[in-house]
Write a protein that binds this ligand. Structure first.
Ligand SMILES: Cc1cc2nc3c(=O)[nH]c(=O)nc-3n(C[C@H](O)[C@H](O)[C@H](O)COP(=O)(O)OP(=O)(O)OC[C@H]3O[C@@H](n4cnc5c(N)ncnc54)[C@H](O)[C@@H]3O)c2cc1C
Length: 457
């Protein structure tokens, strides 16, 4: 049993927690980070990094299948899942090693074990009491399911999907959001027969509707089946497979059912409410400076209502450390956080959709321009179709950018600068995009909105 005192105690070592710890130590604070599993959290071990490695293997499979189109003779021999796993695990373990080294080099004390908030300044880990002048809650999230839908056997979540040591022949995926469509994309590229079931009227339903519709066309063309607008009713499983039933009585069968219906906040039983922290449906409620209802206790990452993304967690972690240091950091609204779906095709967006912009400013006060990637040389070279849509306030700044096509995720860095710096299309149009790049499509859309389209009508 021991008492340990720090300036800042961070509960949870995922994207949000470790970013807070790294920035706080940089600012001269003494920091303890309590982690019950592995520093890096969901993103590094079970989320962003391993799924993107899988998606890269999937892309290589597709390139290999289509190589004759580019004049390269090659015979696609299939997927060696053990080698895919070794590649994926190699990436994760190397990033994990790097992160551990960084945390150590910054002088952060990592405390292994499960922590519980016992007062506004203390966290209990086993017999040890860890005291902080300030506390940062960063306990992350878990795969949710639906009432009455039990995970087990052939009904799996993304954690088990990542760990599969075989390629399923036929899969049903419940949920057409980012995690569902990324796994659909991987499994289709690996040769599986895939059906997505989504209760909302569109796949990637949080995106601009025009992008969702293009996405659906692209998935249809790839032979990925989906059923939209009807809710799940039940599932049965036996040794041969699963049968999924919808509320309209339609059924879908497969070897597995992947449940990808979102992520819930991991806050239960951790003493938050007992310590006075306001929690709503499991989420920790904060003010816009990320301070909870208990002064001196902050929250970051997936437990804070809003977009559940690693880079939001990083930003919030940095924000809280700087806030505690009195540096008055700038708030970034969720709407201005870039989002990428890494399937084939990719989807990337930042800011308001055209519909939301019309709602906020009035339909006659905004203009949207959709640049078709058919006019972009580099996109044609790499064989992708898609579009870049830019929404502006008339005589005002760009407030939304929405893209679909291979590799468009790499373009969102520029997109988020344009939106967050409140650039006018005229500002962007006068600057230069290298030729031939896909970035030129962004340039062309801004040229068009500035009234001087180059390679467009
Ligand atoms: C399949 C999948 C793919 C994803 N892909 C992307 C992507 O491409 N891009 C992206 O931006 N986001 C992606 N995400 C989301 C991203 O992983 C999360 O937004 C991010 O990990 C949230 O960070 P966090 O710090 O809030 O929580 P987490 O990363 O979940 O970390 C929380 C940590 O706290 C620890 N912990 C919890 N309770 C305690 C306790 N009581 N004591 C001690 N330790 C505790 C946990 O062990 C964990 O390590 C993906 C998620 C999934 C599941």
């Amino acid at each position: 049993m021991s008492d340990q005192n720090f300036d800042i105690v961070v509960l949870g070592g995922g994207s949000g927690g470790y970013a807070a710890a790294l920035r706080a130590s940089q600012l001269g604070f003494t920091v303890a980070m309590i982690e019950k599993d592995k520093v890096g959290g969901t993103c590094l071990h079970r989320g962003c990094i391993p799924t993107k490695a899988l998606l890269h293997s999937a892309e290589v499979a597709d390139v290999s299948r289509e190589s004759a189109k580019y004049g390269v003779t090659n015979t696609f021999g299939g997927i060696d899942i053990a080698a895919v796993t070794a590649y994926r695990e190699g990436i994760v373990s190397s990033k994990f090693k790097g992160l551990e080294g960084l945390v150590k080099a910054r002088g952060i004390t990592t405390i292994p074990g499960e922590g519980r908030l016992t007062s506004p300044t203390t966290v209990q880990v086993g017999d040890d009491t860890i005291t902080g002048k300030k506390i940062v809650l960063a306990t992350g999230s878990y795969s949710r399911t639906l009432p009455g839908l039990e995970i087990g056997g052939r009904v799996i979540t993304s954690e088990q999907a990542l760990a599969l040591d075989f390629v399923p022949k036929k899969v049903v995926i419940l949920g057409g959001g980012v995690i569902g469509v990324e796994f659909a994309s991987v499994w289709k590229s690996f040769g599986a027969d895939v059906t997505i079931v989504e209760a909302l009227p569109h796949l990637v339903p949080n995106e601009d509707e025009a992008i969702s519709k293009q996405f659906e066309r692209a998935f249809r063309k790839r032979g990925i089946a989906f059923n939209l607008g009807t809710r799940f009713s039940g599932v049965t499983q036996d040794e041969n497979g699963v049968v999924v039933t919808l509320e309209d009585g339609k059924t879908f069968d497969g070897e597995l059912l992947l449940v990808a219906v979102g992520r819930g906040p991991a806050t239960q039983g951790l003493g938050f409410e007992e310590a006075g922290v306001t929690v709503d449906r499991g989420f920790v409620i904060t003010n816009d400076r990320l301070e909870t209802s208990v002064p001196g206790v902050y929250a970051v990452g997936d437990i804070v209502p809003g977009l559940q993304l690693a880079h939001r967690g990083f930003q919030q972690g940095i924000f809280v450390a700087e806030e505690i240091a009195g540096l008055n950091p700038q708030v970034v609204l969720d709407v201005n956080i870039p989002k990428v779906t890494y399937s084939d095709p990719e989807v990337a967006s930042v800011g308001l959709t055209e519909a939301k912009a019309a709602e906020k400013y009035g339909a006659d006060k905004i203009t949207a321009y959709d640049y078709n990637l058919a006019g972009n040389g580099k996109s044609h070279i790499i064989g992708t179709t898609g579009s870049v849509k830019v929404v502006r306030v008339n005589d005002g700044p760009v407030i939304g950018i929405h893209m679909i096509g291979a590799r468009v995720g790499e373009l969102i860095g520029e997109g988020q600068l344009i939106v967050n710096w409140e650039a006018y299309p005229e500002d962007v149009a006068s600057l230069i995009h290298a030729h031939p790049t896909q970035n030129e499509a962004l340039g062309e859309a801004h040229l068009a909105l500035a009234g001087k389209p180059l390679h467009a009508i």
